[in-house]
Design a protein around this ligand. Structure first.
Ligand SMILES: C[S@@+](CC[C@H](N)C(=O)[O-])C[C@H]1O[C@@H](n2cnc3c(N)ncnc32)[C@H](O)[C@@H]1O
Ligand code: SF4
Length: 457
């Protein structure tokens, strides 16, 4: 069960560790030429397989809480130009990749990919199938807004090749959606999900957010109960990340009034308690999955991974190559991000086939810290010896690189959030509530730079 005092005590700003180092370390000296070098070397690095990410930066209407990279829907002509640019970028990148490597995951995010004509998605998928070697069992997933999803669209998406859809419900309470300027679902979520199940989608996710104006512990309880009744394979409860210094539209929510930090923690606790009491396994901080879902099995077998799209398994994840404005590529040795401005992205691609805005090449110490932080964030377990053998250096050197000092963990041990046995660190189930705080103790770059982060819970 959740201990609110503990959550309150540890709730402070910190990185989300979707990458290591976090994206604020990416710098603009990194350019297209560096990317080409890193693309080539990624062919002989681990993991061998390929994940593709395609970003669609368009939404018909903007939600005031949104932290994603998106703009208001453009005319069809601009969308068409954008899709042509994405296709050109795919073909350019493929020139530097060994296309015999197997694609095990294709993820479409945004923005709202299902708000543009679906023929555009089909066109890009055809290019991917023609260019790469896509595994028959590859996970092909999309973040969908139910506001723009018709029943016949679900069948079309299946035909295009999608097998997992995440429905961005955010909250079932229409009053909350109205307050945050979000278009509600056109059809009952229950009916959309049963259509997906009937059509044989292998994965159905529901995304919810807590911490929005108008939400109360009571109203959020109803939303969680309704999600449980719908019974998707996975439910994600995102903590609303309030970063008005980056996303100025979020200031409007301050004017309406955000829930108190205590109210927000209570919503987190309600979600955790209700979901775990109703058969869902808690994965990391915000994902919940049914026990037979591959994420739950990966957690059990210490094979969970994490990337910019959230949690994933070692089987599906590969080095990620991102396409479209603002998209991030995550190779073994480097991270890159494309131009965030969609017009500039199209212009760059038309000229050069690539559009890198910034990036970061990892040195050996970064690789080691990333491995340590990933083990904590994903599997709640850290064995310094196994990291040492992975990097062929001594355990003592690993500890020095991550600034390890066991006394830094006393605060977590005293609160029964983790235990250390024979030098191995193991998080207790409650330790996952503060997993970002624990990971921060192994991050030598934490106090480098002055960037602000959202709070950890
Ligand atoms: C690209 S959107 C999903 C697809 C579609 N645009 C939608 O909203 O349904 C990805 C997810 O990011 C989450 N999200 C957006 N802004 C957020 C914020 N400020 N804090 C936490 N989660 C956020 C939402 O839960 C959303 O489902
Ligand atoms: S629909 Fe999704 S991506 Fe678009 S503004 Fe809303 S949350 Fe952001």
């Amino acid at each position: 069960m959740m201990d609110f005092q503990i959550l309150k005590k540890f709730n402070k700003p910190g990185p989300r560790y979707t990458s290591y180092p976090p994206a604020n370390f990416f710098h603009t000296e990194y350019n297209n030429d560096n990317y080409i070098q890193n693309l080539k070397s990624s062919n002989s690095q681990k993991p061998e397989n390929i994940s593709l990410y395609i970003h669609i930066p368009f939404c018909p209407r903007l939600c005031h809480f949104c932290g994603c990279n998106t703009t208001i829907m453009q005319k069809q002509d601009s969308v068409s130009k954008y899709i042509d640019a994405v296709i050109k970028e795919i073909k350019t990148v493929a020139q530097y990749l060994d296309t015999n490597r197997i694609v095990t995951q294709i993820h479409w995010g945004g923005g709202t990919p299902n708000s543009i004509p679906l023929e555009f998605l089909a066109k890009v998928m055809q290019v991917i199938y023609k260019t790469f070697t896509v595994d028959k069992k590859a996970e092909i997933a999309m973040e969908c807004s139910p506001a723009y999803l018709e029943f016949e669209d679900i069948a079309s998406l299946k035909e295009i090749g999608f097998n997992r859809l995440s429905l961005g419900v955010q909250d079932f309470n229409e009053n909350v959606l109205k307050i945050v300027n979000r278009q509600a679902s056109k059809h009952p979520i229950e009916d959309l999900v049963s259509t997906m199940k009937d059509l044989g989608f292998e994965g159905v996710n529901i995304d919810l957010i807590y911490g929005l104006p108008g939400q109360t512990p009571e109203s959020f309880t109803l939303s969680i109960e309704r999600a449980i009744k719908i019974s998707p394979d996975r439910i994600v409860t995102f903590s609303y990340a309030h970063v008005p210094w980056v996303k100025s539209a979020q200031k409007q929510l301050e004017k309406i009034g955000l829930p108190s930090p205590e109210g927000k923690l209570e919503m987190f606790g309600i979600a955790y308690n209700l979901l775990t009491q109703n058969g869902y396994i808690s994965i990391g901080m915000d994902h919940y999955a049914k026990p037979n879902d591959e994420l739950s099995l990966a957690l059990k077998n210490k094979k969970l991974h994490r990337n910019f799209q959230g949690y994933c398994t070692k089987e599906t994840t590969g080095q990620i190559y991102g396409f479209g404005s603002s998209s991030i590529s995550q190779m073994y040795g480097a991270y890159t991000q494309n131009q965030k401005n969609t017009y500039k992205y199209i212009e760059d691609i038309e000229k050069n086939g690539l559009s890198i805005e910034r990036g970061y090449e990892l040195n050996n110490n970064d690789l080691i810290c990333r491995s340590v932080i990933n083990e904590i964030m994903c599997n709640g377990f850290l064995d310094f010896d196994s990291i040492a053998s992975e990097f062929s250096i001594s355990t003592e050197e690993i500890k020095k690189i991550v600034d390890y000092d066991p006394s830094k963990l006393d605060q977590f041990k005293e609160n029964n959030l983790l235990s250390i046995d024979d030098g191995k660190i193991k998080l207790n189930p409650e330790g996952f509530f503060v997993v970002r705080n624990i990971a921060m103790e192994f991050d030598p770059l934490l106090n480098v730079g002055e960037d602000k982060y959202s709070k950890t819970v």
